[in-house]
Design a protein around this ligand. Structure first.
Ligand code: ZN
Ligand code: ZN
Length: 145
């Protein structure tokens, strides 16, 4: 993916811009992501918070807790409901962007499947990708993005 990316919601009310290298590309199969996607998983990229800004509109925020006890903020468009990004209290330096909200999601290359313990039986995953029951090793801080 390029170092600069733009995205927004379905109706165009909320827009964002993100700069900096992608830190981690993942597919999260946790139950929360199933609810928020309305499907089996969410595709997300973790990017530096320092390079992230909202350029149009104001997303609605939904706060919940993670398994690890962190406060999780999920941002979505108040008009069309598109999930946009996630922030976790333990890592204010990182933003997790929903890949589907990018203007060009085609460059996404997932590195791993996470929270596969919660995956649905009909959720068929790429067998070539590493699978993690919950968080990937060494990324215990990681949000359930
Ligand atoms: Zn919208
Ligand atoms: Zn998740």
């Amino acid at each position: 993916m390029t170092a600069t990316r733009t995205g927004g919601c379905l109706c165009g009310r909320v827009r964002y811009e993100s700069q900096g290298e992608v830190l981690f590309s993942l597919l999260c199969h946790c139950r929360d992501c199933q609810y928020q996607s309305g499907s089996a998983f969410i595709a997300a990229i973790r990017v530096p918070a320092a390079g992230f800004r909202i350029t149009k509109g104001e997303p609605k925020l939904y706060l919940s807790g993670s398994d690890a006890g962190n406060a999780v903020t999920r941002a979505f468009c108040p008009e069309c409901g598109s999930p946009l990004f996630i922030r976790v209290s333990a890592r204010p330096d990182i933003v997790g962007l929903r890949v589907g909200s990018l203007d060009d999601p085609s460059g996404f290359r997932p590195e791993a499947d996470i929270f596969v313990k919660s995956a649905q039986p009909w959720d068929h995953m790429n067998p070539d990708l590493p699978k993690h029951r919950t968080y990937p090793p060494g990324r215990a801080y990681s949000p359930p993005t």
